[in-house]
Design a protein around this ligand. Structure first.
Ligand SMILES: *[C@@H]1O[C@H](CO)[C@@H](O)[C@H](O)[C@H]1NC(C)=O
Ligand SMILES: *[C@@H]1O[C@H](CO)[C@@H](O)[C@H](O)[C@H]1NC(C)=O
Ligand SMILES: *[C@@H]1O[C@H](CO)[C@@H](O)[C@H](O)[C@H]1NC(C)=O
Ligand SMILES: *[C@@H]1O[C@H](CO)[C@@H](O)[C@H](O)[C@H]1NC(C)=O
Ligand SMILES: *[C@@H]1O[C@H](CO)[C@@H](O)[C@H](O)[C@H]1NC(C)=O
Ligand SMILES: *[C@@H]1O[C@H](CO)[C@@H](O)[C@H](O)[C@H]1NC(C)=O
Length: 740
């Protein structure tokens, strides 16, 4: 295996070497140059290396030879250049001359046909008429050349051409001037096969000292400049001459004759035949897009136009793409060309101004989008932060309440369009839920991290307070600085407005309704105080915090947030409660207990029966005046609201008044608790109903109670157990009504 691979490798190397050789345009195994002269096929040195007629020799040594020197085979004519592309070669030829001396001033002894016949033994060369000229140097010399033997005609040749040079005296000839004085030159006709020149004899006797000879020679058009010194130049002087070579097999063959015949020289693919323009025959060249030697098999190779160093030759004003035999040129991305990018420069699809405008527009758009996204993220983060700060993660798990988003809340309150009133910490807004339930939306306190736990606990507690007489917390929104709480809606406002509002709010309030309100408010507070998991105090019981729904069912409200204090936190750092309702004991001790609520409720009872605010008629204190009335007359009669102070109501009003006084006792332990207060009130209502019934039907068993001296003393007789079955205010009422 390894051997095989090695062989293959060697084979590849050989093939590559062969390819490389053929590219250098010679036959394999033949000498490719001689000195500085490259030798491309059909030229060659040695047998089998050249086409017939193109043989060369390379002289490496010999007389006067410095270094290798290429010569036409069998001659001493030096070749200095060979070109496949232009089908030209440059050779060095001797000049023709004719000299005189004193003894033979007229007869020439010149060499008339220097290198004439031997140069073109096979007839492949023609003197290039386009690149050469005939120069005659001398002061009385006519030189000419002749070519193309022809049958008939006066002299046997087709062309004779030459010129005459003369000098008036020794100073006449001028350097650089070759126009008839000491030097003349003429164009030559095409078809010259050799460089033989002829002279006409003219008398040189007068000028032997400065021009003993005449010279005539062919030379490259730009390779000779006359010097006056040349009038005496060496006879073995040589001149560079351009030769056109061509394939001229058997004398004359055009492309049409030669094509597809044996010996056709243009053997490479992608090669073309071109008829010779100087004499018969043809030359070969690579097709457009290919370069190399068309005389060699595979000699024409693709030109990589794109790698061409001279951009003028294969222009492309865009992206250059080499193809086999040609190349493509496309504009760069974003550029266009109405014509051919090989011919004219591409222009930007968008002009610079448009690009700039587009760029700026895009830039600004990106910036704005970025800004917007950032703002939204900040907003979102703020919402989330509020949500987190306000204890959202905890509250999310609370079942009874719904967490509203800021957006939902906005919708519910119609963007805070209807203000219900002023709450403890801000405005209260009216809202309508999707199911058309009316709600009140209320600011809470600002919640910081320290108060977060308190707040969440309070919200949780509120959510668990499910009682007819406690305003129901429906949900909250935490995505704001100050959390918003969503409550059940109370259509009739609060008791404060009903009792003490201005005349527009003032409605008649029968005692029964007042009693119901008292009882049910007490029930609410009782429920609150008896809450199983925590012992809770309202802390701010007052008529303003007793809301009334459309059926005048009282709802204890505003017990939330800062006022919900647990038993184990007895001391509160901030003042709670409202002036006129604050338990003086709390005032003294700073110790807020459920009995403080009882005290405050006592004040509410007084307000219910007197319909007077805590401070009335300017600066009269309801409490003090009421107490005074009792002390002086053992009756609150003077204070009772005239609307209800009828004779038959008097008894129950007195009872309520006494109960209120009990609630407000200075000794906290002498005050009843809310449960007892509620029970007392229920008993009063029952006795009242019974009494009302008694007027029409039968005697009331509760008469006895009323006869007792201290019916409201908080003895064991009025313990919770004895009235447990009637703690719900509606139950006895229903029972009674069914009795009726
Ligand atoms: C003049 O030229 C002829 C022919 O070359 C030669 O034989 C002769 O010796 C020359 N005479 C002189 C004086 O040089
Ligand atoms: C003339 O040229 C031929 C061939 O190049 C040469 O053999 C001969 O000696 C030359 N004659 C003279 C007089 O130089
Ligand atoms: C020609 O040569 C003669 C003799 O040297 C001289 O006298 C004459 O001036 C010359 N003519 C011109 C035009 O130079
Ligand atoms: C003849 O002139 C051409 C064009 O200037 C130049 O390329 C070439 O080398 C010259 N030949 C010699 C032998 O000086
Ligand atoms: C011409 O030939 C002479 C001898 O005949 C020689 O001295 C001279 O160097 C030669 N000149 C050239 C340019 O070869
Ligand atoms: C050219 O002539 C040679 C003999 O000199 C002959 O063998 C050859 O076939 C001829 N070529 C053509 C194309 O006529």
């Amino acid at each position: 295996m390894i051997k095989m691979e090695l062989l293959l490798f060697v084979f590849v190397l050989v093939v590559m070497a062969a390819t490389a050789e053929s590219k250098t345009a010679g036959k394999p195994g033949c000498q490719l140059n001689c000195g500085s002269v490259d030798i491309p096929y059909p030229f060659g040195i040695g047998p089998g290396c050249s086409r017939s007629g193109f043989e060369l020799s390379c002289l490496t040594s010999g007389s006067g030879v410095a270094g290798p020197k290429a010569v036409l085979a069998g001659t001493s004519i030096q070749v200095t250049k060979l070109s496949i592309e232009t089908a030209e070669s440059q050779v060095i030829l001797p000049v023709g001359w004719q000299c005189f001396n004193a003894s033979q001033p007229k007869d020439s002894n010149g060499n008339w046909s220097a290198a004439a016949t031997e140069m073109n033994r096979h007839g492949v060369y023609r003197i290039s008429n386009t690149n050469n000229m005939l120069v005659v140097v001398g002061c009385n010399t006519l030189g000419y050349t002749e070519s193309l033997r022809t049958e008939g005609g006066s002299y046997g040749r087709t062309y004779y051409t030459g010129c005459m040079s003369y000098c008036n005296n020794s100073d006449s000839a001028q350097d650089g001037q070759c126009a008839g004085v000491g030097c003349c030159h003429v164009d030559i006709p095409p078809g010259l096969t050799d460089s033989s020149v002829n002279f006409r004899d003219y008398d040189h006797s007068a000028m032997l000292d400065y021009s003993p000879c005449g010279y005539a020679f062919l030379v490259g058009r730009s390779n000779y400049t006359f010097r006056r010194a040349d009038l005496m130049m060496d006879r073995n002087q040589t001149m560079p001459v351009y030769l056109d070579w061509a394939i001229r097999d058997n004398g004359s063959m055009s492309c049409a004759d030669a094509k597809d015949k044996p010996g056709y020289a243009c053997v490479s693919v992608h090669s073309e035949c071109v008829d010779s323009i100087n004499g018969p025959g043809y030359t070969c060249k690579c097709s457009t897009g290919y370069e190399g030697n068309a005389y060699v098999d595979g000699g024409c190779t693709n030109i990589n136009e794109c790698a061409w160093p001279n951009t003028q030759k294969y222009p492309c004003y865009g992206i250059c793409l080499d193809t086999d035999g040609s190349y493509e040129c496309r504009c760069h991305r974003g550029y266009q060309n109405s014509g051919d990018p090989k011919e004219q420069a591409c222009s930007p699809k968008f002009p610079l101004a448009a690009q700039l405008a587009l760029g700026i527009t895009l830039g600004i758009s990106f910036l704005m989008v970025g800004l917007l996204v950032t703002l939204m993220m900040i907003q979102k983060r703020r919402l989330n932060e509020h949500f987190r700060k306000n204890g959202g993660s905890v509250l999310q798990k609370v079942e009874n309440i719904k967490i509203f988003t800021k957006e939902e809340l906005k919708k519910i309150t119609k963007n805070n369009s209807e203000v219900l009133g002023q709450g403890g910490f801000g405005k209260v807004y009216k809202g309508i839920l999707e199911d058309n339930t009316m709600v009140a939306v209320k600011s809470s306190i600002e919640v910081n991290d320290a108060r977060k736990e308190d707040f969440t606990n309070e919200v949780i507690i509120q959510s668990q307070m499910i009682h007819t007489n406690i305003i129901k917390l429906l949900g909250c929104c935490l995505e704001v600085d100050v959390p918003m709480l969503v409550y059940e809606f109370a259509a009739n406002g609060n008791l404060q407005e009903i009792l003490h509002g201005d005349n527009s709010h003032r409605i008649p309030l029968p005692l029964d309704l007042r009693l119901d309100i008292a009882i049910e408010s007490a029930e609410g507070l009782k429920y609150m105080h008896s809450s199983t998991n925590r012992t809770i105090r309202h802390g701010d019981v007052k008529p303003a915090n007793i809301l009334l729904n459309d059926k005048f069912i009282p709802k204890i409200s505003d017990f939330g947030t800062s006022k919900l204090l647990t038993v184990d936190k007895d001391f509160t750092m901030f003042v709670v409660g409202s002036m006129g309702y604050i338990d003086p004991v709390f005032h003294k001790t700073g110790r807020l207990t459920q009995k403080s609520d009882v005290y405050s409720f006592g004040v509410v009872l007084l307000e219910l029966i007197t319909r007077k605010p805590t401070i009335y008629d300017g600066n009269c204190s309801l409490l003090i005046d009421f107490q005074k009335a009792y002390e002086q007359e053992n009756s609150g009669k003077a204070m009772f609201d005239k609307e209800i102070a009828t004779k038959e109501n008097m008894f129950i009003l007195e009872k309520i008044g006494r109960l209120a006084m009990e609630c407000m006792k200075e000794k906290v332990e002498e005050r009843p608790d809310m449960k007892e207060v509620a029970e007392q009130l229920v008993i009063l209502r029952r006795s009242r109903k019974a009494k009302q019934g008694n007027h029409r039907m039968n005697p009331q068993p509760f008469e006895e109670i009323s006869n007792e001296g201290t019916p409201f003393s908080l003895g064991t007789g009025l313990s919770a157990s004895s009235y447990g079955s009637v703690s719900a205010p509606s139950t006895p009422a229903n029972n009674e009504s069914s009795n009726l």
